[in-house]
Design a protein around this ligand. Structure first.
Ligand SMILES: [Zn+2]
Ligand SMILES: [Zn+2]
Length: 228
């Protein structure tokens, strides 16, 4: 088993020794590094991660290879549904001996016969988490008009024609409305009457300047009113 100092990630290398070529495999069980969140994916600290660790002594230090299957919770990038992930993580890091040739390469250092695997594990998990997790590879996402989750409603569709606009649509298409005659007549005559009612007021105020010639043309649709 592992010798733990402050955290389970701090692993003793004493049994491994320093003879290049020797190796030791061990299992580290530890809470996931704290606050590990990448985009839509969160790695909870529990349950504990089970890390398969292989330590190998090399000339300049100790090479650690770590693999684990990391449980993570995510939201689907398309439909926002909750997704439980099992993310395979593999990491490899060289811990150098203090004073070794490569000790100035900003590599982690073997510290009093221990190596701290946590930063390595944290970085490796961060890189392994998917940036755009999906609940399934061909998730249909959300309806852009109403936000419904399309996978829950495969036949989801919207009529392009909104019944609330029916009357207006009929008016705009007035000229060709003949075919729609059964529905349209009640609405159309109303509007045609409104226009003549308003229009006759104007000619009466402007009679001196405007000769009768131009104005009547505007009121054309309703001949009776122009003859007043
Ligand atoms: Zn989805
Ligand atoms: Zn919709």
């Amino acid at each position: 088993m592992t010798t733990t100092h402050t955290t389970p990630y701090r692993v003793s290398t004493r049994e491994l020794g320093r003879q290049a070529g020797s190796s030791r495999r061990l299992r580290v069980v530890a809470p996931a590094p704290a606050e590990l969140v990448v985009g839509l994916v969160v790695v909870p600290q529990q349950p504990d991660l089970e890390l398969d660790v292989l330590l190998e002594a090399v000339t300049e230090g100790i090479l650690a290879r770590i693999s684990a299957l990391v449980p993570a919770a995510a939201e689907c990038a398309r439909c926002l549904a909750s997704v439980a992930l099992q993310v395979p993580v593999d990491a490899r890091e060289l811990f150098v001996y203090p004073g070794a040739d490569r000790a100035d390469e900003e590599l982690p250092v073997v510290d009093v016969d221990h190596v701290d695997l946590e930063p390595v594990v944290r970085d490796a998990i961060g890189l392994a988490l998917p940036l755009a997790p999906l609940c399934r590879p061909d998730c249909g996402g959300l309806c852009p008009r109403c936000g419904a989750r399309l996978d829950d409603d495969p036949g989801h569709a919207h009529d392009d024609f909104d019944p609330r606009w029916e009357a207006l649509t009929a008016l705009l298409a007035d000229g060709g409305a003949a075919e729609a005659a059964p529905d349209v007549p009640p609405a159309a005559p109303h509007v045609l009457r409104d226009i003549p009612d308003a229009a006759p007021d104007r000619p009466t105020r402007v009679p001196p300047a405007a000769p009768a010639a131009a104005q009547p043309a505007v009121v054309d649709p309703s001949p009776r009113s122009t003859e007043e």
